[in-house]
Design a protein around this ligand. Structure first.
Ligand code: NAD
Ligand code: DAU
Length: 339
């Protein structure tokens, strides 16, 4: 199978490419990535010379480029990770999120129809369901939960999901969608909670926790997400949505304290800062459908996963120090300077 993987220089797409080249050495992977601030060629350095891998720099919202690439490569399948993915940035610049996440997804599906792509997988998020109250631990997101978005980011992802389902129903494109909870692991850009807290703690910088740190996220080790997508890509049913999550809910404060404890750092580094506008309270996935249909279950628990993640950041200082020395400095000052 030849697969175009978009957004493969980012966090989950990069992990997916590493996973696929090692699990399915017979497949060919073409990575399409614009290399925005979040895309990092160093994430793909370990596979760049792999005989079954190639890279094309481009924008999923550039119709001519996408059609040209698809007609040259003639992929069997497409997995769309490419997106603007950070909620806080979507609050600053919603238009960019609409362009990439909605228009870009539409263009990829147009090219897929034109070039006879057999499977199109849209990587979505549990954020399309909105949030759950903190005092109802009995409630979970199922695939039937109504879409109810809070941020421009989640609204753009929900729009892309609906567009994808419309391409299935109207044009017969073989579409599948996965909606996963929060991922963590290697190659995670340090604007997101876990990597930001690890790198700040390692540098003895303050750890900015939004509000009171009570919000709850359902954390999944990234390789478990990659395996779920691989299963859906091979055996998922057309027009279906699959929730992916491992019942691992924690408050943000609990996650941050665990990182500090493991690094032997002082909890005094924690700073409670102004909350995110529209901040979703709790995410919690019910993964029964993917378990029943495809036999998927997470294999890495949080204790093991967070340990591996911290070890990775300890062992790859050059990967994140280079990020911290670039445009990231201005971003950090803007978001946290006088928060
Ligand atoms: P990321 O921000 O780390 O990476 C995004 C990648 O997409 C980058 O390599 C970037 O260069 C590329 N990209 C952005 N705009 C592009 C464009 N116009 N054309 C081509 N490439 C472009 O994101 P991530 O955290 O790896 O998330 C990947 C996907 O998974 C996203 O669709 C996101 O919505 C979804 N998701 C993320 C999580 C999570 O916890 N991170 C959970 C569930 C779903
Ligand atoms: O649930 C899946 C989603 O998870 C993905 O769709 C998104 O792409 C991904 O970014 C993530 O969204 P979150 O908003 O949950 O992730 P983030 O790491 O930005 O924040 C996690 C929690 O930590 C959230 O409650 C906000 C809080 N937070 C975040 C940052 C960056 C802080 O308290 N301080 C911070 O500095």
């Amino acid at each position: 199978m030849k697969i175009i993987v978009t957004g493969g220089a980012g966090f989950i797409g990069g992990n997916f490419i590493h996973y696929m080249l090692s699990e399915h050495p017979e497949d060919r992977i073409v990575c399409l990535d614009k290399l925005t601030y979040a895309g990092n060629p160093e994430t793909l350095a370990p596979v760049i010379d792999h005989p079954n891998f190639s890279f094309s720099r481009g924008d999923i919202a550039d119709r001519d480029y996408v059609f040209d690439l698809f007609s040259r490569e003639k992929p069997d399948a497409v997995v769309n990770f490419a997106a603007e993915s950070h909620v806080d940035r979507s609050i600053e610049d919603p238009g960019l999120f609409l362009r990439t996440n909605v228009i870009g997804t539409g263009i990829l599906m147009d090219a897929s129809l034109r070039c006879g792509v057999r499977r199109f997988h849209q990587v979505s998020t549990d954020e399309v369901y909105g949030d759950l109250p903190l005092d109802r631990p009995d409630l979970f997101f199922t695939e039937q939960t109504p879409l109810h978005t809070s941020s421009p980011y989640s609204a753009s992802k929900a729009a892309a999901d609906l567009l994808a389902l419309s391409y299935y129903r109207t044009y017969g494109l073989f579409v599948t969608i996965s909606r996963c909870s929060n991922n963590y692991g290697p190659y995670h850009f340090p604007e997101k909670l876990i990597p930001l807290m690890i790198v700040n703690a390692l540098r003895d910088e303050p750890l900015p926790v939004y509000g009171k740190g009570e919000n709850v996220r359902d954390w999944l080790y990234v390789v478990d997400h990659c395996r779920a997508i691989d299963l859906i890509l091979r055996d998922g049913r057309a027009g279906e949505v699959y929730n992916v999550g491992g019942h691992n809910e924690r408050t943000n404060l609990c996650v941050v304290e665990e990182i500090l404890r493991r690094l032997g750092k002082n909890p005094d580094l924690i700073r409670f800062v102004t909350d995110r506008p529209g901040h979703d309270r709790r995410y919690a996935i019910d993964p029964s459908k993917i378990k029943a249909e495809l036999g998927w279950e997470p294999t890495t628990g949080f204790e093991e996963g967070i340990g591996r993640t911290i070890d990775w950041y300890l062992g790859h200082r050059e990967w994140w120090e280079r990020i911290l020395s670039g445009e990231y400095r201005d971003y950090y000052e803007k978001m946290y300077g006088d928060r």
